[in-house]
Design a protein around this ligand. Structure first.
Ligand code: ATP
Length: 500
């Protein structure tokens, strides 16, 4: 449901207080005025102080700004003394995260919330780009996210921008490409990015897409919940894991052709959980998936969502998910899943983590958007069983240590990346590296190339790599016990092996 509709519904149902998490203050203010339904709209901000807007005649009332109206606390106390000041009104408070640090403001808002809960026709809307909900107000506040712009709206903004700047009609393909690149951004950010793109040569061209992509990466990073990752690795950079690769290629036929797949009745894929031995290509697969699907890759660090205020972590989670859905189709990579949700349900289960886990499960279960989740985990035994049940992920794959033919392919990939023309006897390397992970193999090749260079050799040789192998302890030696335990667990659970 759009923000406008949901807030109108909550308001009619007598909810006292809303917290709208947005950068777009003026757009939100206009939206609130449009649903005021004859109520007075009072607005307070740090810079503007207090003012009132008459929604019947669409005009600002003579500002009641006195010197003391810049102090929110005075405004709230005046309203508490005279209920007529509150009745049939919407009180909008901007810069909420700053003013909610004040004890008197918190106490007055609580009193107002109680009055509204008891039947007064009013509501308070707190607006801020940062969610900070004090415990005292937690049970009165409903957190809402501003809507992201739809594809059509973004196209209209670009067209409007082009017209305003005297740019001839944009070619429709470029217009669509720009709109896709600008998904997930606010109108303010879109106009800024377009101005920046225009500034260098006075034109909007395909060249500007990479500039927009870089700027968007920064914006997403600043939002604090997601990170946009550049796509450098492809499916051909993964040695082995043939079952998993085949499965991903099948899903790519859907994701790269969503309208036709939907038309045919294909369900939108939810995603995949890739679990198993460290350094064996799980992260590599997450990155290669986005490249294969030709869509952006967003990384979600669940640990970073944890906030100090009650409800803040779930609000951050919703914010991340809303952003991912606005950018969709995209791959959402949830890294180190077991670290985020370890111990849930047991004695050590932390309340916030448990609630966050609940939100994640519900979202996965109900998800119909084109956000393809790739979750990676080292130790599946630490994950709560609910996560592994049907309906959450489309499939769970186990990644073990690479077998002989996989090690041969991994050696080949990493040698070719560095020394294309080297003549190496890979079968000799394979026979000496049983128990090595993909990361171990990459490490060995790197070291051999470095030492061949240091020893002023013309080319990398098989012997250089064999020497590096001698100096390396394989993962299976370092982690023998836990690898054996993991392997047994995966066999017991009959998980699909990523390798053929
Ligand atoms: P962790 O659980 O420790 O995060 P991981 O399973 O995600 O490990 P990756 O980060 O994907 O492991 O692997 C580390 C590096 O090792 C990769 O960047 C890649 O260079 C190399 N590597 C691992 N497995 C493979 C593979 N199957 N094919 C090619 N390279 C591999």
């Amino acid at each position: 449901m759009a923000l406008k509709d949901s807030i109108a519904k909550y308001m009619d149902a007598g909810y006292p207080m809303f917290y709208i998490n947005t950068f777009e203050e003026s757009k939100t203010e206009s939206m609130l005025k449009s649903i005021a339904d004859g109520r007075r709209v009072a607005i307070w901000s740090i810079a503007g102080g207090y003012s009132e807007y008459d929604t019947k005649n669409n005009e600002y009332l003579i500002s009641q700004n006195k010197d003391d109206a810049f102090e929110l606390q005075n405004v709230l106390e005046r309203k508490l003394c005279d209920e007529n000041e509150l009745n049939r009104s919407i009180l909008i408070i901007k810069d909420a995260h700053i003013v909610l640090e004040n004890e008197e403001v918190k106490a007055a808002l609580k009193e107002i919330a109680v009055k509204i809960s008891e039947g007064l026709d009013s509501c308070v809307v707190l607006i801020s780009s940062v969610v900070t909900i004090p415990v005292e107000l937690e049970k009165y506040i409903t957190i809402l996210e501003n809507d992201y712009l739809g594809f059509g709206e973004i196209r209209d903004i670009i067209k409007g921008f082009a017209e305003d700047n005297g740019i001839n009609a944009l070619n429709p393909t470029l217009l669509d490409e720009l709109a896709v690149a600008l998904k997930g951004l606010s109108e303010y950010e879109i106009l800024n990015f377009l101005s920046l793109a225009l500034a260098d040569d006075g034109e909007l061209t395909r060249k500007d897409l990479s500039l927009i992509f870089e700027q968007k990466k920064q914006m997403i990073l600043k939002s604090g919940t997601l990170e946009m990752i550049s796509l450098n690795e492809s499916i051909n950079d993964i040695g082995g894991l043939e079952n998993l690769k085949k499965w991903l290629i099948r899903k790519s036929a859907i994701i790269t052709n969503i309208p036709a797949a939907e038309e045919f009745g294909v369900d939108m894929p939810k995603g995949v959980l890739i679990a198993g031995v460290p350094g064996c290509g799980k992260s590599l697969c997450a990155k290669a998936t986005a490249k294969l699907f030709e869509i952006p890759l967003l990384r979600l660090d669940i640990g970073k969502l944890m906030g100090k205020y009650l409800g803040e972590s779930e609000a951050n989670f919703r914010k991340a998910i809303n952003l991912a859905e606005a950018i969709s189709p995209c791959v959402l990579w949830v890294d180190e899943l077991e670290k985020a949700f370890a111990g849930i349900g047991g004695d050590g289960g932390h309340e916030v983590t448990t609630r966050l886990f609940g939100s994640f499960l519900t979202w996965m279960q109900e998800k119909t958007s084109a956000v393809f989740v790739v979750a990676t985990a080292n130790d599946i035994t630490k994950l709560p069983p609910e996560l592994l049940r049907k309906g959450r992920f489309d499939e769970i794959f186990y990644v073990g240590l690479p077998n002989n033919s996989e090690r041969a392919k991994i050696f080949d990939i990493h040698i070719k990346k560095r020394r294309k023309n080297a003549k190496i006897d890979i079968s000799r390397l394979v026979s000496k590296t049983d128990g090595y992970s993909g990361a171990d193999i990459e490490g060995v090749v790197k070291e051999a190339v470095e030492s061949a260079f240091a020893n002023k050799k013309d080319e990398l040789s098989t012997e250089d790599i064999l020497d590096a192998i001698k100096n390396t302890n394989s993962l299976s030696v370092i982690m023998k016990d836990s690898l054996d335990r993991m392997k047994k667990e995966y066999e017991n659970r009959k998980l699909k092996n990523a390798s053929a």
